[in-house]
Design a protein around this ligand. Sequence first.
Ligand code: C2E
Ligand code: MG
Ligand code: MG
Length: 638
Amino acid sequence: MHWNIAAECISLVYLLIIWFYSRKSSLVPSLKNRLFYFCFAATFCAIGFNILSTAMLSYPEHSINLLTWLVTTIYFIATPLMGMAYFFYTIATVFEGQGNALKIMKWTSIPGIFYLVLVLINPFCKELFHIDASGAYFQGPLIITTYLIFYIYCLAAITVAFVRRKQVDPIIRKILATFPIIAVLVIIVQQLYPTVILSGSAATCALLIIYLYLQNKQNSTDYLTGLPNRQEFLKMLELQTRKSRNFTLIVLSLRDFRRVNDTYGQHTGDRFLREIGNFLIKRAQPHCLYRYGGDEFALLCQGTSDQDIKKIVESLTARMQEPWSVDENSCVIPAAIGIVRYPQSAKVVEDLINGIEYAVAKAKDSKRAGAYYCGQEMLKAVRRRSQIITILEKNLEANTFSVFYQPIISNHTGQYVVAESLLRIPNSPLGPLYPNEFIPIAEDTGIIVDITYQVLQKTCRFINRISEVNPNFEGVHVNFSGHMFSQIDLADRVEGIITSSGTPFNKIKIEITESILLENTKCVSEFAERMQKKGVRMELDDFGTGYSNIVSVMTMPLDTVKLDKSLIWAAMNSKKSAMMVRSITRIFHEMGMQVLAEGVETEEQERFVSQCGIDLIQGFLFAKPMAEDEAFAWLRKL
Ligand code: C2E
Ligand code: MG
Ligand code: MG
C-alpha cells in the first residue's frame, strides 16, 4: 500500500510552533494546565510515531522488523491517548476547583486501560495489526477498537461539555465542543480513505490546541504587562496552600499612580507600568511575578530564606526610590510593600489576601519607604476588624444599636440638665464592644454616617420622653464624626430627623472635635450657621487634645467648649495646668460660651472645676453612661 504522510509532517511543524510558544508562557501548574501539556505530548507522540511507523513500513528493507513492531505499537497507544487526553482536559476545565476531577478521571480511564492491555498483548494475538517477517503490514480484526476508543473519549468530552455548559466560560465551551467534532469527522474521512493516514485529524488537533492554548493564555495574562493576572495569582496561591508549600508573598503597590497618569497621560502611564513590570520580572527571577491590581504587583517566592527575602525587599525599596524613564519623561514612583508568609502569617488563601491587603495599607499609611509584614497577631486584628464591620452592618440594618446616655450636671443649679448620647454594642458575637474600638472602624468604612442618623433619631425620641415629665431638661449632646461633613445633604437630613421627631431644635447639641473643625472648617462653619438659625447648638468636644486653632474656635458659632478629661486630670498635678484651665475657662466665658469639664472622677477634681467657674460637669463621680431606661429614671427627676 502507498501511504501519504505529507499532511502528517505539516502537523508536526504546527506542533513545534505550539511548543515554541508554550515555552514562553508561565502557566500555573494546575491540573488543567498540566493536562494541556498532556494533550500536546499525546498529539506529538501520535503524529511522530505515525510518521516513523509509516516510513518503516514503506521501506521494510531498511528497517529492523522488531523496531517497526515497537514503533507501530507506540503509535497505536498514542492515537486513542489523544482522545483520552482531550477528554481529561475537558474534565479538568469543567470541574476546575471542585476537587472531584481526579476521581472522575480515574474511573473514566478504564476503557483506555483495557485498550492498552489489548495493544500490549497484540504481538501475541495479532488482533489489532500484524507485521510479517517481510515487513508487510496487516490490519487485525479488532483494529476498529483503536478508532472506537478515540471516538468514545471524544464523545464523552462533548457530552460533559454540553451537560456542564453553564459552568464553563463560553469561549472555552465552544472550543471544547468543536474540537472533538472536527477530530471525529477527520478520522471518519481517514477511515474512508485509508491511504491518507490520520494526518488531517492530527493537524486539526494541533491547530485547535494552539487556539486552546492561546485562549488559555489570554484568560490568564494581563494584556498590558504580559504578566500572569490576578486570577492566575489566586489559583497559584490556592495550589501552594493546598500542597502546604512554604512561601512568602510580597506585594508592591505604587503610591499615587493616578498622579503619574494625570501628569503624563494614560498612555505614558501605561508605559511606566510596563517599565516597572519589566524590572520586577528580572528582579523576581526565579520566582513568579503577577499583576495583582492596577498598580500592584505580587511576587510569590517559594521556600526562600529570611535573608533572601530581606535582600529582595531591600533591592525593591532601593530601586523604587530611583526615577523611571519613558522617552524624555522621568519620574520617581514611590511604592509601598506588604509581606505575608505561609504558613507563619496565615494558613488559608482568604486570610493571606486579607493580611497582604492590610500590610500594604499599613505600609502606605506609614509614608516612609519600606515594607510592612503582617504576622499572625496582626492578622487576628484584621479578622476582628472585619468581624466588627459585619457586626456594625448588621446592627445598622436592624437598627439595633444601643444608645446610652451620660447625665451631665449643672454646676450652677446642681441639677442634671443635659446628657451625652454614647453608642454601645452590649451584645455581639465578640461580646460587648466599646466605641473606642468600633467608632474608628465605623469611620474608616463610612458606616458612621448612617449610624449617626440612627443615634440622632433615637436621641430625639429619648428627649421627647423626658421632656414630657421634666420640662427643665435642656437636651442631649450628640457626637458627630468628621465624615458627616462630607455629606452634601447633612443639614437637610439632620433637620428632617429632628422635625419629623417633633423635638425642639434647641434640645439638640452637636459635639464635634477640634480636628473635625480644623479639617472641615468651611463645611462645619456653613453647617453650624444653618443649625444656629434653627436653634441647634454646637459644642467643641475634647478641647485640649489636639492642635487647636484658636481662630477657628473663635469664628465658629459654638455654644459650648468641652475641656478634655486629660486637661482636668493634669490640673490636679500641675499648677501650670490648673492655671491654664482657669484662664481658658475665663476666656471662653468672655467669648460668651459655656464651658463643660469631662472626666470628673474625684471630689478634688469636682472642687477644682467648680472653683474655675465651669458651667457643666460630666464624669463618673456623678453619673456613668447608662441604658435608656436607667437614664430616663435618673433624668426624669425635676
Ligand atoms: P467623647 O465624646 O469624648 O465621650 C466621652 C467619653 O468619656 C465617653 O466614653 C464617656 O463614657 C467617657 N467618660 C465620661 N465620664 C468619664 C470619667 O469620669 N472618667 C473617664 N475615664 N471617662 C469618662 P465612651 O462612651 O467610651 O466614648 C468614647 C468616645 O467614642 C466618645 O468620646 C466619642 O468620641 C465616641 N463616641 C461615642 N458615641 C458616639 C456616637 O454616637 N457617635 C460618634 N461619632 N462618636 C461616639
Ligand atoms: Mg463627646
Ligand atoms: Mg470628649
